[in-house]
Design a protein around this ligand. Sequence first.
Ligand code: SF4
Length: 335
Amino acid sequence: MQISALRQQLRALGAKPAHEARVLRHWARALPLDQGKPPLAGWLPAPLLAALPELLAQWNSQVQLRGEHPADDGAARLLLGLQDGQTVESVLLPREGVCVSSQVGCAVGCAFCMTGTEGLIRQVTSGEMVAQVVLARQLRPVRKVVFMGMGEPSHNLANVLEAIEFLGTEGGLAHKQLVFSTVGDERAFEALHAAPVKPALALSLHTTRPELREQLLPRAPRLTPQQLVELADAYARATGYPIQYQWTLLRGVNDSAEEMDAVVRLLAGRYGLLNLILYNEVDGLPFDRPDPAAAQALARALTQRGVLTKLRDSAGQDVEGGCGQLRAREAVGRP
Ligand code: SF4
């Protein structure tokens, strides 16, 4: 369901605008009915209150926890069932974050990504995205939501923006703690500039070379890295939030000295941060994880040359948790 449909359900039960906002806030923050100021119990009209447990259970059941895979780094990968039998993954991140999925499958087809191998299966609704956050909040506190799980948010723009607006208002999250992660799409940049809740932006760059990017991200919009960085930089200046440039580091593919020189030419002086992400190897895909010490040296050298760079590991690396791998394991009956 979309958030707009949840609102209609409440109105059909006689909720006034003030009631609607309070019920949605309670749900988005995973608060029990007898908590909050004031608690809903005792404040709502009796018929609406009586209908709420069943309604909230229905909203929560948009995603069902099918498996939890904790990792040593404090992350935990969740395999979630949707009501039509499809599955997506969420990741509970260290430091009160959660990574949610915006699509089942993905059409971009990144050559190094398990999710990209199966194409787009269906969109995830705004209600299902918020339900992923509510489920996470039932397990841990959540102060940050990144739209960086399965799917490309700009290919499901209306639903993602509806979820972001909702989480940045009723969900009580600071706008810069909502992160829209994209391979880059002009329509998405236009929509983000106009959105009432403006999230922070993560841009998946992966290389400075247009021809290599076309090979690695075969169905991403045909914008060059230079054009993407210009668009992202304009958004950073408009919002005051630095851009997170994402770079999945693939050994022997995008980690050469020439590529690092080009990174410095492209990003030095930009309002942003470069995240070098150690690749999580996937069975059947022809890419290798770089040596962590060599990657750390690259990050240090880039920072010294004026590109603030952090080395990141894919959260949940030790539970075979690359994007889409839990879903793929379940599909072939592996635990
Ligand atoms: Fe889609 Fe992201 Fe995987 Fe690329 S890395 S195929 S954009 S889910």
